[in-house]
Design a protein around this ligand. Structure first.
Ligand code: GAR
Length: 206
């Protein structure tokens, strides 16, 4: 059975939906860069192993990423799921896990990379917003896209109301993407991700 690790920095609601999803793989650990990440308590309560690699204990990004990579490799993970992991990763780290490193981003990429995506969507006046699961490459929020989900932007939306509408979709699509990966059905061709044996009801939501 394939193993995966989940990297978090805070609340961990995406981590929680992944752990509750009964994925076809084993969660080898939840790893946080913050000792006080609320999501760690939930992982422990489910009996999932946890680890903290505190970025404040390292003098440079390279040293932090080396320690993080060592922690992941000690768990023999086939798949690394970034779930609200709020550290920019070095090129060396990304290359080491290329093709088995997924991220969930709260916008319809390539629109609104980076932070404060819901505020950016509202001020840009877009009528459709959403979330994206993508393979991570060295360029920030720019790797091959696995799945996206869209939500409407309503006149009365605040960052909070729009963000919670998007978050509900994040929980759905991240589980789907992780399942496809663990089933061995994803392949990367250039900037595109192909889904082997896609059924119409699956691709309707891509
Ligand atoms: C999620 O909305 C996720 O998409 C976002 O942080 C939130 C974490 O929530 N990630 C990023 O912005 C990555 N740049 P969670 O801890 O409840 O899953």
């Amino acid at each position: 059975m394939k193993k995966y690790v989940i990297l978090i920095s805070g609340r961990g609601s995406n981590m929680r939906s992944l752990l509750e999803a009964d994925l076809p793989g084993q969660c080898a650990a939840v790893i946080s860069n913050r000792p006080d990440a609320a999501g760690l308590d939930y992982a422990r309560s489910r009996g999932v192993a946890t680890a903290v690699v505190d970025h404040r204990q390292f003098a440079s990004r390279e040293e932090f990423d080396a320690a993080l990579a060592a922690e992941i490799e000690s768990r023999e993970a086939d798949l690394v799921l970034l779930a609200g992991f709020m550290r920019v990763l070095t090129e060396g780290f990304v290359r080491r896990f290329e093709g088995r490193l997924l991220n969930i981003h709260p916008s319809l990429l390539p629109s609104f990379p980076g932070l404060t995506t819901h505020a950016k969507a509202i001020s840009a006046g877009v009528r459709v917003h959403g979330c994206t699961v993508h393979f991570v490459t060295p360029a920030l929020d720019a790797g091959p896209i696995v799945i996206q989900a869209a939500v409407p932007v309503l006149d009365e939306d605040s960052e909070e109301t729009l963000g919670s509408r998007v978050l509900a979709q994040e929980h759905r699509v991240y589980v789907q993407a992780a399942r496809w990966f663990l089933e061995g059905r994803l392949s990367i061709q250039g900037n595109r991700v192909l889904l082997a044996g896609a059924r119409p009801e699956e691709t309707a939501l891509l």
